[in-house]
Unconditional design. Sequence first.
Length: 309
Amino acid sequence: MVFKDYYKILEIDTYKVSIEDIKNAYRKLAKIYHPDININDTLAEDKFKDINEAYDVLTDKNKKRKYDRMWVSYKARNGAFDPSDFIKKHEINTEAFSEFFDLFFGKKENQKPNVKVNKNTKMFVGEDIETEIEVTLEDTFFGITKTLAFRTTKGTIKNITVKIPEGIRNGEKIRIAGQGKQGINGGKDGDLYVKVKMIPNTIYKIDGANLIKELRLTPWEAALGTSLNIDYLDGNSLINIPAGIESGEKLRLPRKGHKTSLGQRGDLLLDIKITVPKELTSAEKLLFKKLEEISEFKPRNHNIKKENK
């Protein structure tokens, strides 16, 4: 009796593969050996039957688990396969084994199948489709519903509603079951995968669940301290800027950042940048000159002293 190596048929080297790996291998070979592109080619037709038989077994978790035990035993014996040996070794009920053996290798020669199989009624799973959708930071924060328009093979426009969940990240994919290519002869339709592409934000930088926002201060605000009203994605707060703050320091506003997919909230980090006016009025020049005369603050000397300590 011939043992069919379903993994070899699908051009897979090991049984330790995921269902998705098996599906990918099937899709690749189905495109090559499909009857529609191999008309009157009996070899391609036989190959196509084999890869579909392999697909049916290996994508069913229970069938795959049983088949894998047979496959490992077959490989261990370097190609010699003895059903009675396998039954004895694994203490399998003979009636159950016979049913399982028939499932994979067909009925025995002295048995007649009750159902005639027509190759034209074979079911094929539809291919998955992947597309991309652009969203803003605000879309991923609040969540939003968008509509994608597709042109079908019949030339009609098909609209699909996509729900962008709160906390989704750039590059993540949303799966919409059954919205891929149509299955053949009643086969399951493929899925649609929508990849999220986030439009760069001009105000915020994203760091995980945290957001970073630049906060520009005047020299006198930084020196004296001040209170400012700070906007964030869903509100604003009055915060105190401590006196003597320097450029490069960061102030943290807890739970005012982005969201995670679990609904948790990150922080908002204010990146301090001290800026000076590029053009000064006469009065401002006088004040800065006066400050220069009376101030004992020497930042360069101060840094040197700190380094020598």
